[in-house]
Design a protein around this ligand. Structure first.
Ligand code: FES
Length: 332
């Protein structure tokens, strides 16, 4: 049996060295990676991008996605923040317990499913917990572009909130505004998403990243806004993967056909015949397993593509999505 966390990847990887680990908050560390080829720049990235860390463990290779948090103008390093997740399937625990300064790691080049609209007149960022990480890169980019911004950042307490020093450096800068919410502190304030969304400046774009209840509340609060101005990134699935089965998948490049039975995802079946694409989260949130659809109608269950992108039906996440048509033809 293939371990659940095994991931195989055929995409190119980069070798980076872990240059520094810094304590950020109770369960959060900050990691800085530099190019193995000393002095060479790393591939450029845009605000909202993430990298996949390839973590060799005794139980197989774990691939885990983390948002880049540093200023996208920097080409000498990639920085991420990792929360030690109590529900960890092994990734964040491995990062906290095993990784040490000086180690060399394989990572994916940066990919971005949560891009910043650089033409917005105003940006509002809403972050819960470790969801602050993509916002830090977006804030740096907004600042560089001269786009005014406001951050609403919620955590249980000051001790649970990372990157407060980074945020404090923006204090007093033109166009910058930070509001903090610590609902587990005496006299702490709750973040009121309805109020935040109800008082957006004209034309503002709004971005949210945080735990599932926050994102669900955000989606309810933003239903009346034009979708082009509403952006979000999930950490975890909100719907179950499609495992109803009962359809056929033709693999155009491999010239194979498989029948997906009830109880399995397309990715499970691809792993069985060893034609798996790269994959990581297996929950439809990272975008690693995206495959082109040549024919048929997917039953999209991912949280990576937008509704408009789903409607085009030219690509799908095979870890969680199924089929509405009897047959899919995939570019694998
Ligand atoms: S593996 Fe992450 S979206 Fe499919």
């Amino acid at each position: 049996m293939i371990p659940k966390d095994r991931a195989v990847t055929s995409t190119p990887t980069l070798q980076v060295r872990l240059r520094a680990i810094t304590f950020e908050a109770d369960t959060i560390i900050h990691l800085e990676f530099v190019n193995m080829a000393s002095g060479q720049p790393l591939p450029a990235f845009s605000a909202g991008a993430h990298i996949d860390l390839h973590l060799p463990t005794p139980n197989g290779l774990l691939v885990r996605s983390y948002s880049l948090l540093n200023d996208p103008r920097e080409t000498h390093r990639y920085c991420i923040g990792v929360n030690r997740d109590a529900q960890s399937r092994g990734g964040s625990r491995h990062v906290h317990d095993v990784l040490r300064v000086g180690q060399v790691l394989a990572i994916s080049p940066p990919r971005n499913h949560f891009p910043l609209d650089e033409n917005a007149p105003f940006n509002v960022f809403i972050a819960g917990g470790i969801g602050i990480t993509p916002m830090l890169a977006m804030i740096a980019r907004s600042q560089a572009l001269g786009i005014p911004w406001r951050l609403h950042y919620a955590a249980r307490t000051h001790q649970h909130a990372g990157f407060l020093t980074t945020l404090a450096a923006y204090h007093g800068q033109p166009g910058a505004d930070v509001a903090l919410y610590f609902d587990h502190e005496p006299c702490g304030q709750m973040l009121d998403l309805e109020r935040v969304v109800g008082s957006l400046p004209d034309g503002a774009h709004v971005y949210c990243c945080g735990p599932l209840p926050m994102l669900q509340a955000y989606e309810r609060a933003t239903t009346a806004l034009p979708t082009a101005r509403v952006h979000r990134e999930y950490f975890a699935a909100k719907d179950a993967a499609a495992t109803e089965g009962g359809f056929t998948v033709e693999l155009a490049r491999s010239r194979k056909t498989l029948v997906v039975p009830p109880g399995k995802t397309i990715l499970d079946c691809l792993i069985d015949i060893q034609v798996e694409p790269p994959f990581s989260c297996r929950e439809g949130v990272c975008g690693t397993c995206e495959v082109r659809v040549l024919e048929g109608t997917p039953d999209h269950r991912d949280l990576v593509l937008s509704d408009a992108e789903h409607a085009i039906n030219d690509r799908m996440m095979v870890c969680c999505s199924g089929a509405k048509s009897p047959k899919l033809v995939l570019d694998i």
